[in-house]
Write a protein that binds this ligand. Structure first.
Ligand code: IPE
Ligand code: IPE
Ligand code: MG
Length: 255
C-alpha cells in the first residue's frame, strides 16, 4: 500500500506553481546538478549523454525560475576537483557549455537573463573563455534573473583568492587589517553584490556540498532528492520551494 502511494506521488507531484506563489519565494536558489553519469549508466549510454541530457534540464529549470520570478539562480557546472576526471569527459563538458551558450544566448538575452560566471575562468580553454566573456557582455544589462554559472569553481579557492586580494591591499597600504570586516570580505568573493543563497538543491542522493559556495551557504536551507539531474522536472523545483517555505529560518535567533 505504502509503495503504491509512493509511486503514485512520484508520478504525480502534488505541488503546483499556484501553491508556491502564495508565499514569498527564495530569492536565491543554488543547485548542485548531480547524477548525470549515473543516469547515463542506467540507460547504458556514455557519460557524455548524461551531461547532454543535464544541459536540457538546465534549460528547463532556468525557464521555470524566470516564470516564477526568482531573481538569482546559481548552478554548479564544473568544480575545481572535476579536473580529476578523464580528459575526454572534461572536454565533453567544456563543449557542452559552449553549445549551451551558442544555442541559448539569444533566448536568455531576450528573457532578461544576466549570465555571470563564478570560478577561475582564466584556466579554461581559450574558445570557452571567449564564449563566456561574450555571453556576460551581451547580457550585462539584464536584470530579470541573474544566472551564476559556477565553472572551475571551488569554495575554498574562492576564499583563498579573497584572502590574497585583501592581503595585497594591506601590503600596499590601501587597507588597514582592523578595517577588514564581513562586508569587506564579501566584496572580495566572486559573488560580490549577490545575496547569499536561500535554498540549495542537490540531486542524485549525495548529501554533501562538494566545495559549493562554502562561505555563502552559512545559513542556506538544504534540500536533497534522489532524482538524477537529467530527470529533474519543474515539479521537483516546486516541491523544493514548497518545503523551503515551510521551514523556519532563525539565523541563530529565536522564533
Ligand atoms: C554532475 O553529474 C555533473 C558534473 C559534476 C559536471 P556527475 O557527472 O557527477 O554524475 P555522477 O555523480 O557521476 O552520476
Ligand atoms: C559536484 O558534483 C560538482 C558539480 C555538480 C559540478 P561531483 O559529482 O563532482 O561531487 P562529488 O565528487 O560526488 O562530491
Ligand atoms: Mg557526481
Amino acid at each position: 500500500m505504502l509503495s503504491f502511494f509512493k509511486r503514485f506521488f512520484k508520478q504525480k507531484p502534488l505541488i503546483t506553481k499556484q501553491d508556491i506563489l502564495k508565499v514569498s519565494l527564495p530569492p536565491h536558489i543554488g543547485i548542485i546538478m548531480d547524477g548525470n553519469g549515473r543516469w547515463a549508466r542506467r540507460k547504458g549510454l556514455p557519460r557524455a549523454a548524461g551531461h547532454r541530457a543535464g544541459a536540457e534540464t538546465l534549460r528547463t529549470v532556468v525557464e521555470t525560475c524566470i516564470d516564477l520570478g526568482i531573481p538569482y539562480l546559481t548552478v554548479y557546472a564544473f568544480s575545481t576537483e572535476n579536473w580529476k576526471r578523464p580528459e575526454e569527459e572534461v572536454n565533453a563538458l567544456m563543449e557542452l557549455l559552449v553549445e549551451y551558450i551558442d544555442k541559448e544566448l539569444f533566448k536568455l538575452k531576450e528573457n532578461g537573463v544576466k549570465i555571470k560566471t563564478i570560478g577561475n575562468i582564466s584556466e579554461l580553454p581559450a574558445h570557452v573563455i571567449s564564449r563566456i566573456n561574450n555571453a556576460e557582455l551581451e547580457t550585462a544589462q539584464n536584470e530579470r534573473l541573474v544566472l551564476q554559472i559556477a565553472l572551475n569553481y571551488g569554495g575554498r579557492k574562492e576564499i583563498l583568492d579573497a584572502v590574497k586580494n585583501i592581503s595585497q591591499k594591506v601590503a600596499a597600504g590601501n587597507l588597514q587589517p582592523d578595517n577588514i570586516n564581513l562586508q569587506t570580505f564579501e566584496e572580495h568573493l566572486y559573488t560580490a553584490g549577490v545575496p547569499d543563497p536561500d535554498l540549495f538543491i542537490r540531486t542524485a542522493g549525495e548529501l554533501r556540498l562538494s566545495n559549493f559556495l562554502l562561505w555563502q551557504s552559512a545559513y542556506t536551507e538544504l534540500w536533497f532528492t534522489e532524482v538524477f539531474w537529467p530527470d529533474f522536472q519543474p515539479e521537483h523545483l516546486y516541491q523544493a520551494i514548497y518545503d523551503f517555505q515551510k521551514r523556519q529560518r532563525r539565523f541563530g535567533g529565536l522564533k
